[in-house]
Design a protein. Structure first.
Length: 702
């Protein structure tokens, strides 16, 4: 049963909105994007941002909002883009500490309100009030090799642009590595003596301590490129800090191993790890990436995740608690649970943990006591969509920020039995008007060695007595999944509203169906998943369940590994079943895998190195089947993609053109593996849709 603590104003808006509109790329890209909702300590109020875009002025506009957790009412806290982050602070949690992205005194710096000038573009604010009433805070940013905060705006520009390297990892994701690395800075705000001056209630000495100073080898936090303030934590009394760094003694490019270090906030000792390969507390087999270090409410323990495999980024995240006594002891919780959680928080009483994990095409909340044995089955909150973030309120209910294929942001309060919806964007944003659960269904069929799950997304005004061309979308990873979530890059409903029935299958290698299904793709990129997709296509084609899908006029599209798979399909029989194909930042030849940066990735996925295990790389190389390429093909590649370099896209386009296959090449000089700029994304959508619609006959306006 879903409770409803409804917000009268939102209901009024819903009634006024016209029903069932197709969502265009512009609407999808311009619509508000909302952050997670962050509650204050008493759990009565939560803050979130909302950012919209205008294709007329080409500007974003951001507001900070307050969500009343009793009524669902939303009020405006601040309208403007200067506030980049905000946290609740103070003994009573009634004040906020926020980061102002501009700095009156230091070009390229930021300011902490109230009131500290930070001489570099630091972010990721975390803070705790100490017993003496000071605020111990943490922020991350780049440092010079000598530990001084690096401010690009003030840095000297050398006359030459040369870069010289002696070891691997020369570039990563979308940037070339430089001597400046990311670190954690610690600072303290002390109560000002003259408290009558409200703009200077706090004073800051200006001292920022580099908490990674003195660690032997290379250490860096947050872990790049996706690490953020979730990679570190501070005890509630502000005395101790925990942070993640990749194993400082191992080459970053070919291991995923990372450790959690502990360090006093005052910098009085050099940081030391407790779960390193050689550390005495490290559980047997725990050699992989660590994640989500979180101190218990009393600061005596730390909960975290760690994988076993030291070169496998998609291994199972095991749940651990380390007790921080003189001799640290580590225990694993719910060892047998076949899910890989990726978000973690403590209950306020410190007696249980809450984790979120991908589960059957969703991301769901689960809870477990801190003494959960190996066979403990975590309590399942059965969330319908994908949890982006959650916070535990004083009564142990959870404030959840989530999304679904039909709503870009929902806020609700969850208990295992009940969900109290506070906000749904599909009933607030005119762009999303009419989207709802009826736009989506899912199906199972027999795949290569087990049942396989897929999503179906219907277009505007769908009826099952009409037919619609098939859009067959293939996800990247490959250890990833199509989830019931909102995406601004591959938005399933936006594709459907071009006039397609979208089919998005999670073949072998996908996450959220247990570790064995994920692991089975190793050394099998072109076999089991391809076979699963062929069987999925045949299921849609032959099953009486789908009379409305016009497979004869279908198209297939995918990015990254999904682009690899589209290229593999182009060379194989399934390629002849589509009228057009789309590859975004894909793999054209698996022999080119060493042009990337994360060498652990293919050394795991192809089970060895190119020189010792060349067969593994050649076996499922799409370009071996170039002779068969015949289906019209749209190729997109970003020049700043160092994951799969732009030469892969140029390679594919050159081959298609030489073979006389109708094809186009779309390049973005300023985009990496993902197209993020909204103006670029608009072109991406229009050019792809124009190409595929001409072949499929889909009627979407482009
Ligand atoms: C949270 O915000 C509400 C509303 O401003 C306030 O009444 C309450 O005191 C705050 N919680 C705490 C712990 O201060
Ligand atoms: C767009 O943003 C820029 C920079 O903030 C501002 O100078 C300009 O006035 C804005 N334009 C419009 C039309 O709002
Ligand atoms: C914020 O200010 C902008 C520019 O003045 C305005 O267009 C927008 O409607 C305001 N947003 C809110 C939520 O008040
Ligand atoms: C941010 O700082 C600028 C000056 O650098 C100031 O003009 C502006 O009012 C500040 N905004 C907020 C919300 O603190
Ligand atoms: C650290 O190095 C930078 C760049 O060379 C320099 O500007 C800065 O003054 C140095 N800091 C200290 C404390 O020596
Ligand atoms: C209040 O603090 C600000 C910032 O430190 C300072 O500029 C100002 O002079 C102070 N005002 C008074 C009345 O002390
Ligand atoms: C990892 O990197 C080191 C140093 O760069 C290299 O010697 C080693 O062979 C690499 N290991 C693998 C498995 O590639
Ligand atoms: C771990 O042990 C090995 C072998 O004794 C040693 O070479 C290495 O430096 C140690 N690493 C750490 C982090 O202590
Ligand atoms: C959680 O609940 C959902 C809905 O009942 C169910 O489909 C799913 O299998 C459950 N997941 C786990 C790991 O128990
Ligand atoms: C909007 O989305 C929510 C959850 O994501 C869903 O429960 C609700 O039914 C949707 N609203 C409509 C009008 O379909
Ligand atoms: C699974 O896929 C492989 C590789 O495509 C194929 O040889 C095999 O026949 C498939 N097995 C089943 C049961 O479909
Ligand atoms: C290759 O596979 C074997 C057997 O599964 C495994 O023992 C070995 O660790 C793998 N090697 C790599 C580099 O993944």
């Amino acid at each position: 049963m879903l409770g409803l603590r409804s917000c009268a104003s939102a209901a009024a808006v819903l009634a006024a909105l016209p029903h069932v509109l197709a969502i265009t790329p512009e609407q999808m890209l311009a619509a508000p994007r909302r952050s997670e909702a962050i509650p204050n300590r008493s759990g009565t109020l939560a803050a979130f941002t909302s950012t919209s875009y205008s294709f007329d002025t080409h500007n974003t506009s951001t507001s900070w909002n307050l969500l009343d957790l009793n009524t669902g009412d939303i009020s405006l806290l601040y309208n403007g883009s200067e506030i980049s982050e905000m946290i609740w602070i103070g003994p009573t949690d009634t004040s906020v500490l926020y980061v102002n992205g501009t700095n009156r005194e230091v070009d390229g710096g930021v300011e902490l309100y109230m009131v500290a000038s930070i001489p570099a573009p630091l972010s990721g604010l975390k803070a705790a009030v100490t017993q003496s009433g000071a605020i111990n805070f943490l922020m991350n940013g780049q440092r010079y090799p000598n530990g001084t905060a690096y401010n690009e705006a003030l840095a000297e520009t050398p006359a030459s642009t040369a870069r010289l390297y002696d070891s691997i990892y020369v570039r990563h994701w979308d940037r070339w590595l430089t001597p400046e690395t990311f670190t954690l800075f610690a600072g303290t705000l002390t109560p000002a003596s003259d408290s009558s001056n409200s703009s200077s209630a706090w004073s800051f000495s200006g001292e920022l301590r580099d908490l990674l100073a003195g660690i032997e080898g290379q250490a860096e936090t947050p872990v790049q490129p996706f690490g953020d303030s979730g990679d570190y934590d501070i005890t509630p009394d502000g005395s101790t800090v925990a942070f993640l760094t990749k194993a400082p003694e191992l080459p970053y490019a070919n291991y995923t191993a990372s450790y959690i270090f502990l360090v006093p906030h005052d910098g009085s000792a050099v940081a030391a790890p407790f779960n390193c390969h050689n550390c005495s507390a490290t559980p047997e087999n725990a050699r992989g990436a660590s994640a989500a270090p979180r101190f218990s409410p009393d600061g005596s323990s730390i909960a975290y995740f760690q994988m076993d495999g030291e070169t496998y980024e998609s291994d199972k995240n095991k749940i651990y608690i380390a007790r921080l006594d003189d001799s640290i002891t580590v225990t694993e919780l719910a060892d047998d649970w076949d899910r890989s959680p990726d978000q973690l928080r403590w209950a306020p009483d410190g007696q249980s943990l809450f984790v979120a994990a991908k589960d059957v095409g969703r991301e769901r909340l689960f809870s477990l006591p801190i003494d959960a044995g190996a066979d403990y089955v975590p309590t399942n909150y059965s969330d319908p969509g994908v949890i982006a973030a959650f916070h535990i309120l004083p009564d142990s209910s959870a404030l959840v920020s989530s999304s679904s294929i039909y709503s870009s942001r929902d806020f609700y309060i969850a208990t295992p039995e009940d969900k109290t919806w506070l906000f749904t964007s599909n009933s607030t944003d005119p762009e999303l008007s009419g989207l709802g659960p009826e736009d989506v269904s899912d199906f199972w069929y027999q795949g290569n060695f087990t049942t396989v799950h897929g999503w179906i997304v219907y277009p505007e005004s769908f009826t099952d007595t009409s037919t619609y061309p098939l859009a067959f979308l293939i996800h990247g990873g490959p250890q990833s999944a199509w989830l019931n979530s909102w995406s601004t890059r591959w938005n399933l409903r936006t594709w459907a509203d071009q006039g397609y029935v979208v089919v998005a299958i999670n073949p072998t290698g996908s996450t959220s169906y247990g570790q064995a299904f994920t692991d089975a793709i190793q050394n099998n990129w072109g076999s089991y998943p391809y076979d699963d997709l062929v069987k999925g296509w045949e299921h849609i084609n032959s099953s009486e369940e789908f009379p409305y899908v016009d497979t004869a006029n279908g198209i297939a599209a995918g990015a990254s590994y999904g682009g690899y798979m589209v290229n593999w399909i182009q060379g194989h029989d399934l390629g002849r079943e589509f009228q057009a194909l789309v590859t975004h930042d894909g793999v054209t030849s698996t022999l080119n895998q060493y042009t990337t940066e994360e060498l652990w990735f293919m050394q795991h996925d192809f089970n060895g190195t190119l020189w010792d295990n060349r067969d593994n790389y050649e076996r499922y190389d799409p370009i071996r089947y170039a002779r068969n390429f015949a289906t019209p093909h749209f190729v997109v590649h970003g020049s700043k993609d160092y994951r799969l370099p732009v030469s892969e896209g140029v390679f594919l386009f050159n081959v298609l053109q030489e073979l006389g296959v109708d094809s186009r090449f779309l390049n973005f000089p300023d985009e990496g593996h993902w197209v993020l700029n909204r103006e670029n994304s608009r072109v991406w959508h229009h050019e792809i849709f124009r190409f595929i619609n001409a072949y499929s006959g889909a009627s979407g306006s482009t």
